[in-house]
Write a protein that binds this ligand. Structure first.
Ligand code: SF4
Length: 169
């Protein structure tokens, strides 16, 4: 079965094991390093967007307006890295954590054949000899499963379409 719910459950099983076995693991609540240093605008499949949109729609109107302003600014920004427009910058917390994309769930726990680890803080701990027993997740396998979850677009594009459809001010 390849549903988004099943994919989330499989990722959580891997992530939970790594976290439970390594109490000093860096990727946990309170760390927003990757949210503040995104290489590109997040890309989501249609199913991921449907879930994220539910999370956005449940936010207080002022919060959603602020996110809309952040996304509009991002569409104009050419420099990289970028701060995720869904991050509450003062609290350092994701405003749609339960509804966040798959990439946010695997970052820091999964490796990709041609790109290695993503989180540089974790990578440097590994380079220093830490966490030698960790069984990493396979990001290539996750990406293959994501291919079956609908077309992929930039967050800015999904949001603009939603706005055009009149669902957001
Ligand atoms: S969606 Fe949430 S968890 Fe993902 S990068 Fe943005 S703020 Fe961070």
């Amino acid at each position: 079965m390849n549903t988004l719910t099943q994919l989330h459950a499989d990722i959580e099983a891997r992530v939970g094991t790594i976290r439970d076995d390594n109490l000093d693991w860096l990727c946990r609540m309170g760390c927003d390093g990757c949210c503040r240093r995104l290489a590109e605008v997040p890309r989501l499949t249609a199913e991921e967007w449907d879930l994220l949109r539910d999370g956005l729609a449940a936010l207080p109107p002022e919060q959603l307006l602020e996110i809309g302003r952040n996304i509009a600014a991002l569409a104009e920004q050419s420099s990289r890295p970028i701060v995720c427009p869904l991050l509450d910058r003062s609290a350092g917390a994701c405003q749609v954590y339960v509804h966040r994309p798959v990439a946010c769930r695997t970052y820091g726990f999964y490796v990709q054949r041609d790109k290695g680890l993503y989180c540089k803080d974790i990578e440097s701990r590994v380079a220093d000899g830490g966490w030698a027993e960790v069984v990493w997740g396979n990001q290539d396998a996750v990406d293959r499963r994501l291919c079956g979850l609908g077309e992929t677009r930039d967050l800015t594009e999904w949001f603009a379409r939603w706005k055009e459809a009149g669902y957001v001010a």
